[in-house]
Design a binder for this molecule. Sequence first.
Ligand SMILES: [Ca+2]
Ligand SMILES: [Ca+2]
Length: 360
Amino acid sequence: MLFKLLLTLYLTRSSPASPQSSLSRSRRSLVRYGNFKPDLYKVLPATVIKNLLVQIEIDCVFHCIEEESCYSVNTGTYLTAEKIYLCELLATDKYRATEKLQANISYHHFSPWSRCESGPCKNDGNCIPDFELNSYRCDCKPGFAGTHCERTGKSCSDIKLYSSKAMSASYIIDPDGEGGNDSFTVECDMTAENGVGLTVISHDSEARMQVNGFEAHGSYSKDVVYFGAGLHSLAQLAGLTAVSAHCEQFIKYECKNSLLFYPVENPHGWWVSRDSTAMTNWGGATSADRYKCACGLSNTCADVNRACNCDKNDEVWREDSGLLTEKTYLPVKQLRFGDTGSSNEEGYHTLGKLKCYGIV
Ligand SMILES: [Ca+2]
Ligand SMILES: [Ca+2]
């Protein structure tokens, strides 16, 4: 009872300059004060900055306020033989401590009051207090996102933004939020792209695959099936591209005597966008660069009069490759090729995983 009274007196006497703060020790202000809340018969097992002995328990809180790196205290409930109290100044507080505040008849614990007290962070999120501003933020359990960790992440970048501890692993994402399309499982690479959180979608056509014996334009056809538990429509992946700042997919065609886009307006090969449009730009070029590969933009193609190396159509093994980056067309739904009907004509295609990162 005694220390409660003293705490009240102290708070009244100190008349905080900024009543918004529960702990203020700004160097610019002469007034230092703290609004500490007792947890009776509890102890926080955490790093001790200093062990002190005090005449009355509340002095322990005063010492904490004076000590820059102190954020809470444990005080002994029993007088020692010398009629003084044990006082532990702690480097953290009961909100941030990974250790849980635990019952102990020999101690009382005091942390500054915080809006974290009401447990605003959902789904086991960790509440990080800002005592000076009397605010907080939630550090979410990996997989959850939102100011209060109230929802499933929309993408790996969204998960990483709200969870500092999120490691590379499988996560469930729901790009369009509650309702709409179903959530699905993806792989998150939390170290690539400067650790922003890269969403990676695998598919059944990643291996280098042969194209042989298909002469008519687009007569070779390979449907691309994307993998992920709960992933059953391209609309779900369209949602991922919509919430991502950047998406890409690597595409390559290796060719011997096998034309790709030549003759223009009647190409031998193309890729099909998620909305079933036949696309006539290859990796490294955009949809505005019709019938062009990367070499066609840099004027470095094997035949300077054509816009893809494969359109040289000769006995030499050549290739056209690069990244498709227009997220409104991704992912690739199907690959089409032709001009491999003769014995000296052959091709191989390679299609990379769909990768998206950043937040719109
Ligand atoms: Ca949804
Ligand atoms: Ca040919």
